[in-house]
Design a binder for this molecule. Structure first.
Ligand SMILES: Cc1cc2nc3c(=O)[nH]c(=O)nc-3n(C[C@H](O)[C@H](O)[C@H](O)COP(=O)(O)OP(=O)(O)OC[C@H]3O[C@@H](n4cnc5c(N)ncnc54)[C@H](O)[C@@H]3O)c2cc1C
Length: 473
């Protein structure tokens, strides 16, 4: 029997496995993906949001706890557990030495992406290098690993973990404790349909969603343990959801399919109407809002429109945009109604109040007299060539998860399980009721992965000593 069974093979699972092993536990890690695809969404990441009170190696200036907390409070609209959020924030200031010990290297922020040099530490080689380093370190420490080992059932007795059962071989594996770190359910198209439902017109909006990361986050364990009465948190329709190029692949398009020009232009729906303030806030604080906004539009499609003034001011997307010398030609090429398009663009252009454009501050370029307004960085779209893109909702990860606490415990009817824990996306809804701020996904997974691993090792020790005292009694 293993002391600790860790379900999942991404950042949270690896942090849990490493900590449990360091605490002396025997550890088995079960990853549903084949080895070549191990690592879940974590392989697509680039950085971790870190609290710090003074400049630190790759991090500039300071990013104090209170500012981090206010950022989270703002993006979640208050739908966050302050105790757990502050725990994540504090952990983010101390975890990097431990990460380095396990082979993770950091580099300064890349310029021209999301302007994160003060708040986020970037992984040298990205998330793939981080995951590989953790796997190497875990292997060296003696963590047992199995790939193509999808857990289908978590066996419980009155909230006490007993064993897992694999979905493919039906093998039953016993453990003294378990950490569930196997992501959300974003890759499960049927569950997404169930969550998002059908429109009065008969469409299934989620059929038009793309999945930015792994195809293996099917939510099998989430559903299984939820059906056994686990206390849950979060709304199944809430997720980190980015507007991505509509031509992106269904899975694993990763970071390169994101389109970062929204705040430099306007975004129309398929009726050629604007539908939200494109200049509401800085892009790092708003990019994760636009997927959901597009999801709520007819046909779940949006069209960012820019002119040549915007070129060079945002990360170039991997797919080229549609280019035209005139606005009517652009509308035509995008398949939008030319008359409606021109009315929207003409109204917008006429509403732009001339100010001093500065994309690095909340400038005084805003619109007057149109709905919705564009409150910053509003400049007429009048300089050819013009560019247009089509975007779809790109789901990064879902927020429905297990209600948890500062020990990463799972609860059943308000009772804490003594030996079942959760970490990462599968419980991120405790901190992220909605919204997102760049880099906090890895902060949550690292903080709770490490806590869950330590707690699981302790629970296993307790279970083992209870067992031996029963035998000797
Ligand atoms: C394109 C992209 C870019 C991102 N960039 C960043 C970033 O720069 N910074 C940041 O903080 N966050 C970023 N995120 C979010 C980040 O990926 C997640 O918050 C984080 O990786 C979650 O880690 P996790 O371990 O909980 O889940 P994952 O890394 O998704 O791991 C889940 C694991 O569980 C496995 N699994 C699933 N079901 C089962 C099962 N039944 N049995 C066994 N194994 C199972 C999967 O195969 C996978 O290995 C990004 C996400 C994407 C998609």
């Amino acid at each position: 029997m293993y002391d600790v069974i860790v379900v999942g093979g991404g950042n949270a699972a690896l942090c849990a496995a490493l900590m449990a092993r360091e605490a002396g536990a025997s550890v088995l890690l079960l990853e549903s993906a084949p080895k070549a695809w191990r690592g879940g969404n974590s392989i697509h990441t680039r950085n971790l949001r870190c609290m710090h009170d003074a400049p630190q190696d790759v991090l500039e200036e300071a990013y104090p706890e209170e500012e981090y907390w206010q950022d989270l409070l703002k993006v979640t609209g208050g739908q966050t557990n302050e105790t757990l959020a502050r725990l994540v924030i504090r952990e983010s200031s101390t975890c990097r030495d431990w990460m380095r010990k396990h082979g993770v290297h950091f580099q300064p922020s890349l310029s021209g992406t999301l302007s994160l040099s003060r708040t986020n530490a970037f992984f040298m080689g990205g998330g793939k290098a981080l995951v590989n380093a953790y796997f190497r370190s875990a292997e060296a420490l003696g963590v047992q690993m199995r790939y193509e080992a999808p857990v289908a059932h978590v066996e419980l007795q009155d909230g006490v973990f007993k064993a897992v059962v694999l979905g493919n071989t039906h093998e039953r594996i016993e453990g003294r404790s378990c950490v569930m770190a196997c992501g959300g359910f974003e890759s499960n198209r049927e569950w997404m349909r169930e969550a998002w439902g059908q429109t009065p017109e008969g469409d299934w909006p989620s059929d038009n969603f793309l999945i930015r990361g792994t195809r293996y986050n099917m939510g099998a364990v989430l559903k299984d343990v939820m059906n056994q009465g686990a206390d849950m948190i979060g709304d199944p329709t809430q997720s980190h959801c980015v507007a991505i190029d509509a031509r992106a692949p269904l899975y694993d398009g990763g970071i390169t399919t994101r389109l970062d020009c929204v705040s430099l232009g306007v975004v129309l729906n398929k009726n050629a109407q604007r539908f939200y303030d494109e200049g509401e806030d800085f892009w790092p604080k708003r990019y994760a809002l636009w997927g959901r906004l597009v999801a709520l539009q007819p046909g779940q499609i949006g069209y960012p429109i820019i002119d040549s003034k915007a070129i060079g001011r945002f990360m170039p997307p991997v797919f080229e945009g549609v280019k035209a010398d005139t606005l009517p030609e652009l509308a035509q090429k995008l398949g939008l109604d030319v008359e409606a398009f021109m009315k929207t663009l003409n109204d917008y252009n006429a509403a732009c109040h001339a100010g001093t454009f500065d994309h690095t501050v909340f400038d005084d370029c805003y619109t007057e007299g149109i709905t919705p307004p564009k409150t910053h960085w509003a400049r007429p779209i009048d300089t050819p060539p013009f560019y247009g893109y089509s975007v779809r909702p790109g789901i990064t990860f879902t927020y429905l998860g297990f209600k948890s606490d500062e020990r990463a415990s799972v609860y059943f009817g308000g009772q804490r399980s003594p030996n079942l824990f959760a970490a990462g996306e599968i419980m991120s809804g405790n901190v992220l009721g909605k919204g997102y701020t760049a880099g906090v996904g890895m902060s949550i997974g690292t903080a709770f992965g490490r806590i869950a691993g330590t707690q699981a090792a302790m629970a296993a020790k307790t279970a083992a000593s209870q067992h031996s005292s029963r035998i000797s009694a």
